[in-house]
Design a protein around this ligand. Structure first.
Ligand code: SF4
Ligand code: SF4
Length: 175
């Protein structure tokens, strides 16, 4: 094979390997220890090297489990990491371990979230669908619907994240 072709083949192979590594890092299970921090009511886990938006469970579920989130306390979280969003499977606070999700990351709580969409206000833009980190929003008859068994009340669909500024018509309510 001519050297130019070898270089092209190697470049393509390296690109594919890089892509596979990137895909593997997305949604990878990680265990991270850091301090719990609030920024504008959003919860973060601040480690020595980075800050992660931490998603736990609806408030009613946390209350039932006796999980009190205190700013500046230390937590060890095992969960699914997607970019800088960490979806907790287990969390250690002090000497106590709490399990929020099973091995397949299905919620173990029975409390429903308090978020819902007002159908007559929703314009069907789908922006909330693609930005919900839990995949809790689907479209039915061109209207968004929140699966309240999956939603963790993170507020991303209403308040936004990164370039998404939240529902443009404020069709998502929190009771
Ligand atoms: S972002 Fe708002 S308007 Fe767009 S689909 Fe979701 S609820 Fe409907
Ligand atoms: S983005 Fe909205 S629907 Fe999705 S988990 Fe957060 S609050 Fe619930």
């Amino acid at each position: 094979m001519p050297p130019k072709k070898i270089i092209i083949v190697l470049t393509v192979l390296l690109s594919i390997i890089g892509l596979l590594i990137a895909v593997d890092n997305d949604n990878a299970m990680k265990t991270l220890t850091g301090k719990l921090k609030y920024e504008k009511a959003n919860l973060f886990l601040q480690t020595d090297s980075a800050s992660y938006r931490l998603l736990l469970a609806p408030k009613a579920a946390l209350d039932t489990l006796g999980i009190a989130i205190l700013a500046d306390s230390t937590a060890t979280v095992m969960g699914k990491l997607n970019g800088n969003i960490l979806i907790a499977q287990t969390i250690r606070l002090g000497a106590k371990d709490y399990t929020l999700r099973d091995a397949e990351m299905n919620p173990l709580w029975s409390q429903l979230s308090t978020y819902s969409v007002v159908p007559k206000t929703c314009i069907g833009c789908r922006l909330c669908v693609s930005n919900c980190p839990l995949g809790a929003i689907t479209m039915v008859k061109a209207k968004a619907i929140i699966d309240q068994t999956k939603c963790v009340e993170c507020g991303i669909c209403t308040d936004g994240i990164n370039t998404y500024k939240g529902c443009p018509v404020k069709a998502i309510n929190k009771k």
